[in-house]
Write a protein that binds this ligand. Structure first.
Ligand code: PLP
Length: 420
C-alpha cells in the first residue's frame, strides 16, 4: 500500500484512524492484504459480512440484478423491494410495514420520524419525546447523534434536535421514571454494540415492553448490529419473546451492500402519508437482491450452526480470560480455575457470534494494542472500547476457523503481555 496513507490524508476527511493495512480481497472468513498476507476476519466489517466475503449466492444475485435493472428510483414499483419487505415482515411476525433506506442511521431516522408522526396523531401535538439509553449508539446524523447516549460526542455538533433524554441501560426503574406524557417512544439496542457488547439483565426488554405498553409509548429496538442472526436468533429481542412496535436493521442485511430497513407495526407505519419520507437510493433493486440472497444464506445457519460455533467461541474466550494478567499488583491465585482465579474487572460478554473480551482496568496494554498485535498475527478484531476487543465473525465461520482465530488471539495477547 505504498503511499496510500499519505494520498488518503491529502484528499479524504480525517474522520478515520486506520491501521497500516489495505485489504484487497475476501473469501468466506478470510481476507488478503496488498502484500498477499492472509487474515481471519473476526470482525466482518463490523458485524456486516454475515454471509462471509464474496458468498457466491450474494455475488450472483447482485451481479444478475445489476445486469438487469440497477435503479429506477422510488417513483416506480420494483419487485425485489416488495419481496424483501414481505420477508422482513414475516420475520417480524406479520402485521407490519417496512421503509427501506441505505444505512443504520437512516433506518433510525425513519424510526424517530414515524414515532413523532404517530405520537402527534394518536396522543397529541407535544408527544414527540424519545427516551434512549446511556451508552447506546444509534448513528451520526443529527437526530441519531442526539439519540446516541454518549454525551461526549454531542458538543461539537450542537445544536442537536431536541426531545431526547437518556437513562442508564439495563435499569427498568429508571426507564419507567423517564417515560412521561410527552414521550412518543423508547429507543433501545437489545444488546449495546458500540458500548462494548453490553448485555442487559435478563427481563430488561420484557420490562421495557411492559412500561411502554402501559404508557401507550412505542418501543423501538435498534437491531442494526444485533439483528440478522448475530445473536443466534434472527432478532436479538426474540430471546426475550417481546414484540416491539418498530425495529431497525442495516449492517448485515445486505452483506456489505448498503441497505437499511425500518419495520413498524401496520398501525404505526400508517401514520405516515405520501411525501412524509423518502430516499433516492433506498431499497433499490440491487440492494434488495443482496438482502434477499443474504437471508437465504444466513437463515439456515441460525439455531444449530450459530449456537454450536458460538459455544466454542465463548469457551475459548473464557479460557483466554482465565489467562489474562494485570499490570503489577495482582497475581493469579494458584488455583483450581474457579471465579476467584480471574483477574478482577475482566469479562466475556455477548451472545451468538458477537462477543467482547474485556481486558479490564488492570490490563498492562490497551485493547488497541491488542488488536494491532492480532492484526500482525493475521486476525482482524477491533478495540470496541479502551479495554475491550470485539469479535463478530461471519455467521458461516466454522469451529476449525474459530479454533484458529482463538489461537491467533492468544498469541497476540501473549505478545503484548496481556496473557500468561
Ligand atoms: N445503530 C447501531 C446499533 C449501530 O451499531 C450502528 C453502527 O455501528 C448504527 C446504528 C449506525 O449505522 P450506520 O453506520 O450504518 O449509519
Amino acid at each position: 500500500m505504498t503511499g496510500l496513507p499519505e494520498r488518503e490524508a491529502a484528499v479524504l476527511w480525517p474522520t478515520y484512524v486506520r491501521p497500516q493495512v489495505e485489504f484487497v480481497r475476501g473469501q468466506g472468513v478470510r481476507l488478503w492484504d496488498s502484500r498477499g498476507r492472509e487474515y481471519l476476519d473476526f470482525l466482518g466489517g463490523i458485524a456486516v459480512v454475515a454471509a462471509g466475503h464474496a458468498h457466491p449466492r450474494v455475488v450472483e444475485a447482485v451481479t444478475a440484478q445489476l445486469g438487469t435493472l440497477g435503479h429506477t428510483s422510488n417513483l416506480y414499483f420494483t419487485g425485489p423491494q416488495v419481496e424483501l419487505a414481505e420477508r422482513l415482515v414475516d420475520r417480524f411476525g406479520g402485521d407490519a410495514k417496512v421503509f427501506l433506506s441505505n444505512s443504520g442511521a437512516e433506518a433510525n431516522e425513519a424510526a424517530i420520524k414515524v414515532a413523532r408522526r404517530w405520537g402527534r396523531a394518536s396522543r397529541g401535538e407535544d408527544v414527540t419525546g424519545v427516551v434512549a439509553a446511556l451508552g447506546g449508539f444509534h448513528g451520526r446524523t443529527l437526530a441519531t447523534l442526539a439519540a446516541t447516549g454518549k454525551p461526549a460526542m454531542h458538543p461539537p455538533f450542537q445544536p442537536l434536535p431536541p426531545g431526547f433524554t437518556h437513562v442508564p441501560f439495563g435499569d427498568a426503574d429508571a426507564l419507567r421514571a423517564a417515560v412521561g406524557p410527552t414521550t412518543a417512544a423508547v429507543l433501545l439496542e437489545p444488546i449495546q454494540g458500540e458500548a462494548g457488547i453490553q448485555v442487559p439483565p435478563a427481563g430488561y426488554l420484557r420490562a421495557a415492553r411492559e412500561i411502554t405498553a402501559e404508557a401507550g409509548v412505542l418501543l423501538i429496538l435498534d437491531e442494526i448490529q444485533s439483528g440478522m442472526g448475530r445473536t443466534g436468533r434472527f432478532f436479538a429481542h426474540q430471546h426475550e419473546g417481546v414484540r416491539p412496535d418498530v425495529v431497525t436493521m442495516a449492517k448485515a442485511l445486505g452483506s456489505g451492500y448498503p441497505i437499511g430497513a425500518t419495520i413498524a407495526t401496520t398501525e404505526v407505519a400508517d401514520a405516515m402519508r405520501p411525501g412524509d419520507h423518502g430516499t433516492t437510493f433506498g431499497g433499490n433493486p440491487v440492494a434488495c437482491a443482496a438482502a434477499l440472497a443474504t437471508l437465504e444464506v444466513i437463515e439456515p445457519l441460525l439455531g444449530g450452526h450459530v449456537d454450536k460455533v458460538s459455544a466454542r467461541l465463548a469457551d475459548g474466550l473464557h479460557e483466554l480470560r482465565g489467562r489474562l494478567v494485570g499490570r503489577s499488583t495482582w497475581a493469579p491465585p494458584r488455583g483450581d480455575g474457579d471465579a476467584d482465579d480471574l483477574l478482577p474487572g475482566t469479562e466475556v460478554r455477548g451472545a451468538g457470534l458477537w462477543y467482547a473480551l474485556d481486558l479490564g482496568p488492570e490490563a498492562p496494554a490497551t485493547a488497541k494494542q491488542a488488536a494491532l498485535a492480532a492484526l500482525g498475527r493475521g486476525l482482524v478484531v477491533n478495540p470496541v472500547t479502551d479495554t475491550a476487543l470485539r469479535l463478530a465473525p461471519p455467521l458461516v465461520v466454522t469451529e476449525e476457523e474459530v479454533e484458529e482465530g482463538l489461537a491467533r488471539l492468544g498469541a497476540a495477547l501473549e505478545e503484548v503481555g496481556l496473557c500468561r
